[in-house]
Design a protein around this ligand. Structure first.
Ligand code: DLL
Length: 433
């Protein structure tokens, strides 16, 4: 089912007209209400009236995360803060968080785009949606909650954690859709195995997984072990939360709901637009948001965009899986590596579990990467020779996929800390060395 076929299957030319009109209105509101943007637009010598086609996007100023910090908390709001009915914030570990504000209309838009997301995953009003995204300042919990209610699902607002209880309710209520980070979904799989519960035999049919990078290998693992169809969903606090893009049953990329959020791909070095289909930094412009619309927000997420109609009927552009953020990229002896590339290699090797951590250290002036990865229970008790062979195999596969030599350490099943929300994959000990 397509939640809003009028917008989701719109003729792209007609949608472009809608986008330009909405963009012009948004820029006009910013000129009038956000002094910081008014100044930036003036510097660029562009006014709302100059915007006549989508090509004019490239004349607009960029916004970066630091701009949100500099204007903390309400400096980029386009409405008086008291017109907001909700605040969320992103999960930065240090310093001030990044705040997103929502008017009542923004919450309605977000509920729609999350209802679209759930429909992309095969959801209908008949579904029981177990929402294991964290509730609170994080956008995952309330985002999926409002989307589920908008669609008419029975929402189970369990939040993240307390895995045994999750599994009990999943069985008792007959949950059909699970919303969680992919790493937490894998945690649930493990715990279910310990408790002798076979999720494949339960009514669960789909998972809406996002908020962190994950690989095709992790998808296969979770689909296999839960007996479900696993869908990648994407979003970020600055833009609205989850509900920016989502994968339909075709799984040929995530449909970007670009009647609200216009995507671009730029070269992260030069800021210039990239040709269709090439990977670069994803940038979003909000054209319907009231409280905090951003112009050309640089997400730092690396992906590519594809245009053209999908077999599902939607005409939104599709974005590839996000392999990582420009600031997550590790540079190991001159080679650029994203943690998700290592996950890709690991999940393709038998006897290895999708639970791993990357430990970075510095020896002299050289960075060193050690992959700590759990082996499957049967294998850990195996002969030493087998474990050595496995270690070597992982090292070789990584070397041939990424052209770097790394240290590999096999660790006992369940020794890597399990995630409830976003997994922490990289332990960087370089500062302390
Ligand atoms: O993670 C919103 C969200 C909640 C998305 C639930 C999907 C599901 P933030 O905490 O602001 O918001 O983090 C946003 O997380 O810029 C990406 O780097 C990363 N991210 C989000 N979804 C995906 C995904 C939420 N599907 C940041 N694949 C983004 C890879 C993702 N990375």
């Amino acid at each position: 089912m397509i939640f809003q076929p009028y917008y989701e299957c719109m003729d792209p030319e007609q949608r472009a007209e809608l986008q330009v009109r909405r963009l012009r209105e948004t820029v006009a509101r910013m000129e009038a209400n956000v002094p910081w943007y008014a100044e930036k637009l003036k510097e660029k010598g562009i006014t709302a009236a100059d915007i006549v086609s989508l090509d004019d996007l490239r004349h607009l100023p960029f916004t970066i995360k630091q701009d949100l910090r500099d204007n903390y908390p309400f400096g980029l709001f386009a409405v008086p803060p008291h017109e907001c009915v909700r605040i969320h914030a992103s999960s930065g570990t240090t310093g001030k968080p990044v705040i997103g504000g929502y008017t009542r209309e923004d919450i309605a838009i977000w509920s729609d785009t999350m209802a679209r997301t759930i429909c992309c995953g095969g959801g209908t009003s008949e579904d029981v949606l177990q929402n294991a995204y964290g509730y609170g300042l994080f956008t995952g919990g309330l985002g999926a909650h409002y989307g589920g209610e908008r669609l008419g699902c029975m929402v189970v607002p369990i939040s993240g954690g307390n895995t045994e209880r999750q599994l009990m309710l999943m069985q008792d209520l007959g949950s059909t859709i699970l919303c969680a980070t992919p790493s937490y979904a894998l945690t649930m799989v493990d715990e279910a195995a310990d408790l002798g519960i076979d999720i494949r035999e339960l009514p669960l049919k789909a998972g809406l997984f996002g908020a962190e990078p994950w690989s095709e290998g992790a998808r296969e693992a979770v689909e296999e072990r839960m007996g479900i169809s696993a869908h990648d969903i994407y979003g970020l606090t600055e833009i609205i939360g989850p509900g920016v893009s989502a994968e339909c049953e075709v799984k040929g990329g995530m449909h970007v709901f670009d009647d609200h959020f216009i995507p671009e791909i730029i070269d992260p070095e030069t800021g210039e637009p990239m040709p269709e289909g090439e990977r670069g930094e994803l940038v979003f412009t909000c054209v319907t948001k009231r409280a905090m619309p951003l112009l050309r927000f640089r997400t730092r997420d690396i992906t590519a965009l594809h245009h053209g109609q999908c077999a599902c009927g939607r005409t939104h552009p599709r974005m590839d899986r996000v392999t990582g953020r420009t600031d997550d990229m590790l540079i190991i002896r001159g080679v650029n590596v994203f943690p998700s590339q290592i996950e890709d290699v690991l999940t393709g090797i038998e006897g290895v579990e999708p639970h791993y951590q990357l430990v970075l250290t510095r020896e002299g002036r050289l960075d060193n990467l050690e992959i700590q990865v759990e082996v499957s229970p049967g294998i850990f008790s195996d002969e030493v020779r087998h474990l050595e062979e496995l270690t070597e195999k992982i090292g070789d596969r990584v070397a041939s996929a990424l052209a770097i030599r790394v240290d590999v350490k096999l660790v006992e099943p369940k020794s890597i800390e399990r995630s409830v929300g976003k997994a922490k994959r990289v332990i960087d000990m370089r500062e302390e060395a």
